[in-house]
Write a protein that binds this ligand. Structure first.
Ligand SMILES: Cc1cc2nc3c(=O)[nH]c(=O)nc-3n(C[C@H](O)[C@H](O)[C@H](O)COP(=O)(O)OP(=O)(O)OC[C@H]3O[C@@H](n4cnc5c(N)ncnc54)[C@H](O)[C@@H]3O)c2cc1C
Length: 401
């Protein structure tokens, strides 16, 4: 059978794209291929579970636009399908006077991005919301929420199949060839023909892009592992909502925070250290071919040369629980090392260009055979339906034309 489109990757972005396609064009011959035996096995199933409001992102960027639109689409979806979530709000805390201008920039961005109800908080006002927090000033962000994105992804998968889409689990795409405008996608179990390939392969999106690109692409996915601790149950009272630091503009994804989880409990983290394997969730996970490729990428070497001190700090916190605790104590001074127990970990797919630029915005690369979602970091889970909307529009134009 000739598929209208084959989507590679059963994370939240690939699934949302499939769902949007089938909603816009019922009857579309659609196949989604996922290499694991379940959907949401990687970034989608290993994240902080936060529904982001759109506070952080450069006004007008794809991240800002998709986050705000995707936020509302996600909430509507959750209400319609009774998916547990909670809009509990968060506070962003400036812990030093030097952070106040950065915090003010964040507030201004939020206003420009159309967020309502943001409030600048004094230390006393912050403690009314979070009695144990320390800081010189803060921002209240009422829109932020919590959810389990694996549950959302599983619901997308269910609806895709209900609408006639096919999901093939446990098959890894290893090559793609092209003949007379049709692509043949090969996995270890078989091959599939399609008019259009859509690549949503997350941590391997650069590799899958390269399967349909004749020329080398100017980006590599650099995997950064984020490790979490959890608060012991008797310390859950220390965190009522979500508590975030003011991000470093050079590394907006750095900075440990406290997150209440939708199933109960409180997570603290994540840090960000170079993972020695793309899907390396443990400190000991290692793949020499993958690490060699990362180290050989000129862009990575430039980033490492420029920011090695920041990187070493993250490594130190990875191995030293007391250093990790110290970072958290900036927000919550009462916290003690023994209040923390090891939690899970996630690996972020961060695209890096040859010049050493860490791509901040979502990135989509198109060529004759395929549409490639090459950089979909946080808040891509919040934004999934909006990203899916954009990608499905691009795809339908090509399939229908
Ligand atoms: C630590 C961490 C915390 C985060 N916190 C948040 C948050 O709180 N809120 C938020 O909105 N976002 C958050 N994010 C970001 C969010 O999780 C991701 O942006 C989102 O999950 C990306 O989805 P994806 O579908 O692109 O990738 P993935 O979920 O990684 O899915 C890609 C899929 O492609 C499959 N695949 C890869 N190669 C192949 C192949 N060759 N053949 C077949 N299948 C293949 C993989 O197995 C995988 O299942 C966080 C991310 C991390 C890592």
């Amino acid at each position: 059978m000739l598929y209208d489109t084959v989507i590679i990757g059963g994370g939240i972005v690939g699934l949302a794209t499939a769902l949007q396609l089938l909603e816009k064009k019922p009857g579309l011959r659609l196949l989604l291929i996922e290499k694991e035996n379940q959907v949401a096995a990687h970034q989608t199933g290993h994240n902080s579970g936060v529904i982001h409001s759109g506070l952080y992102y450069k006004p007008g960027s794809l991240k800002a636009n998709n986050c705000i639109k995707g936020y509302h689409q996600l909430l509507d979806f959750c209400q319609k399908h009774e998916i547990p979530h909670e809009i509990c709000g968060k506070i962003v805390v400036a812990t030093t006077e030097e952070q106040i201008p950065l915090m003010q920039n964040l507030y201004d961005r939020g206003i420009q991005n159309g967020l309502s109800g943001l409030e600048i908080l004094s230390p006393e006002q912050m403690r009314e919301i979070e009695p144990h927090v320390a800081g010189v000033k803060g921002i209240k962000v009422p829109q932020t929420g919590i959810i389990n994105y694996k549950v959302v992804a599983e619901k997308y998968a269910y609806l895709i199949q209900e609408k006639g889409g096919r999901i093939q689990l446990g098959e890894k795409v290893s090559s793609i060839s092209e003949r007379e405008g049709k692509s043949t996608i090969v996995t270890q179990k078989g091959s599939y023909e399609t008019k259009l390939v859509i690549n949503c392969a997350g941590l391997y999106s650069d590799k899958v892009t390269q399967l349909t690109e004749r020329n080398p692409i100017n980006l590599r996915i650099i995997p950064f592992r984020g490790e979490y601790y959890e608060l012991k149950p008797e310390k859950h009272h220390l965190v009522k909502h979500l508590i975030y630091p003011v991000p470093d503009p050079n590394f907006p994804f750095l900075g440990v925070h406290f997150t209440r989880m939708i199933e109960g409990g409180v997570e603290a983290g994540p840090n960000a250290v170079l993972a020695f394997r793309r899907e390396g969730y443990k400190k000991t996970d290692f793949s020499w071919p993958e690490l060699k490729e990362t180290l050989a990428w000129p862009g990575f070497r430039k980033v490492a040369g420029k920011y090695w001190k920041t990187g070493m700090g993250e490594y130190y916190r990875s191995f030293s629980k007391s250093a990790f605790t110290k970072a958290l104590q900036a927000l919550l001074p009462e916290l003690k090392e023994e209040d923390l127990i090891p939690g899970g970990a996630g690996v972020r797919a961060q695209a890096c260009d040859e010049q050493g630029g860490l791509l901040d915005d979502f990135a989509i690369i198109e060529n004759a055979q395929s549409i490639n979602v090459c950089n979909a970091p946080s808040p891509a889970a919040t934004s999934s339906l909006s990203i899916g909307d954009t990608v499905s529009d691009l795809a339908l134009k090509r399939i229908i034309d």
